[in-house]
Design a protein. Structure first.
Ligand SMILES: Cc1cc2nc3c(=O)[nH]c(=O)nc-3n(C[C@H](O)[C@H](O)[C@H](O)COP(=O)(O)O)c2cc1C
Length: 340
């Protein structure tokens, strides 16, 4: 069965890719992922703040980046908190590149245009086949409007693209004022891929210790529908190829993502949970599903449920929201009762 796809300009044998995270930290794991069918490998991110901290140290600036934010600076991670420092990152990237044949995608993570983006070039020189630019930002400054934040991100993408030859993917959050408009503006800046969506860390409160809890829960499939909607809306409407990240765990998650328009399917939580060999299991299950449903290839159904192709495009919009709300009193646990 042909599962091939094109993502970031690479012809890949399947859409299955381990997403950015700790999976690529260990070379044996990286080889196992490739053996199990990973079509590419995405490395964990190198953060803008790490690079700024490194530069502050190198140039003998006493007040490091994080501390310049006053009180908030005390919460800024120390260099030891990061798995790989900037130099180590480049060295590890070089080792990963040599360990596997599949494309290796390095990851830069930050929010402002500027000097730190020269690491894109260093990553290219260290052997990265592509770069994922993660623009995770929280719009907490009440004096900054949406357009300013978006302009800054578009500027970052332009800056990175102009400095390197390898393809660039942009990993986004869904929290933009007008996501479709922003995705199109970004698309005009020419990235080869959009990765939907960053999974935002959400705070909890430890009521005994009076601390904000720092816990990272792995995802489950319930996080996928948000991604499906926006894949379906953007599919065929932007030049960039599309990857899904967030909530892909089962064969049906993969099938739905591809039907919505994903060219690549990234997974982290599922692989941390089940181990690298789970990729091979999923691959077999995808083939079985396609055979059972009489598809000739995975490509045949890509985008078939996108807004442009599906029989009921309004289903992704307000229409289904109203229908869902109206149907509840008839089918829910209070069947027959109309709630007013
Ligand atoms: C332990 C862990 C570390 C991660 N590190 C990064 C990272 O360095 N850069 C990044 O862009 N995403 C990172 N992510 C986010 C994942 O790449 C992915 O987008 C997210 O976990 C949603 O996918 P999933 O549902 O398959 O886990 C990390 C996720 C986990 C669980």
């Amino acid at each position: 069965m042909d599962l091939s796809t094109t993502y970031l300009g690479f012809e890949l044998p399947s859409p299955l890719i381990p997403g950015a995270g700790p999976l690529a930290d260990d070379l044996d794991t990286v080889r196992r992922l490739e053996d199990a069918g990973a079509a590419a490998i995405v490395m964990r991110s190198l953060f803008e703040e790490q690079i700024a901290l490194e530069e502050a140290t190198t140039f003998g600036v006493t007040e490091a980046h994080g501390n310049s934010h006053g009180e908030a600076g005390s919460y800024f991670p120390s260099p030891d908190a990061f798995a790989l420092g900037p130099d180590e990152y480049l060295e590890h990237l070089h080792r990963v590149r040599k360990a596997v044949r599949v494309p290796v995608i390095a990851s830069l993570n930050g929010v402002t245009p500027g000097g730190w983006l020269r690491y894109a070039r260093l990553m290219e020189e260290a052997g990265a086949d592509a770069l994922e630019l993660n623009v995770y930002a929280l719009a907490t400054d009440p004096t900054e409007d949406a357009r300013t934040i978006e302009d800054r991100t578009v500027e970052m993408v332009r800056e990175v693209r102009s400095g390197i030859r390898i393809p660039v993917a942009v990993k986004l959050s869904p929290f933009y004022t007008s996501f479709a408009n922003f995705a199109h503006r970004l698309d005009e800046a020419g990235p080869a891929g959009l990765v939907l969506f960053n999974r935002f860390w959400q705070p909890g409160i430890d009521v005994e210790e009076l601390e904000v809890r720092r816990e990272l829960h792995l995802s489950d499939s319930s996080e996928l529908p948000l991604r499906l909607r926006w894949l379906a809306i953007l599919s065929g409407d932007v030049r960039a190829t599309l990857a899904v990240t967030g909530g892909v765990h089962t064969v049906l998650d993969v099938i739905q993502s591809v039907m919505a328009g994903a060219h690549a399917v990234q997974m982290v939580s599922a692989l941390l949970h089940h181990g690298p060999d789970y990729l091979a299991v999923l691959r077999r299950e995808i083939v079985q599903w396609l055979e059972d449903h009489e598809y000739g290839s995975l490509g045949e159904m890509r985008g078939s449920m996108s807004m442009r192709s599906c029989p009921d495009p309004q289903a992704y919009e307000r229409a289904n929201y109203m229908l869902m709300l109206q149907s509840w009193s008839a089918t829910g646990p209070f069947a027959g009762r109309r709630l007013r």
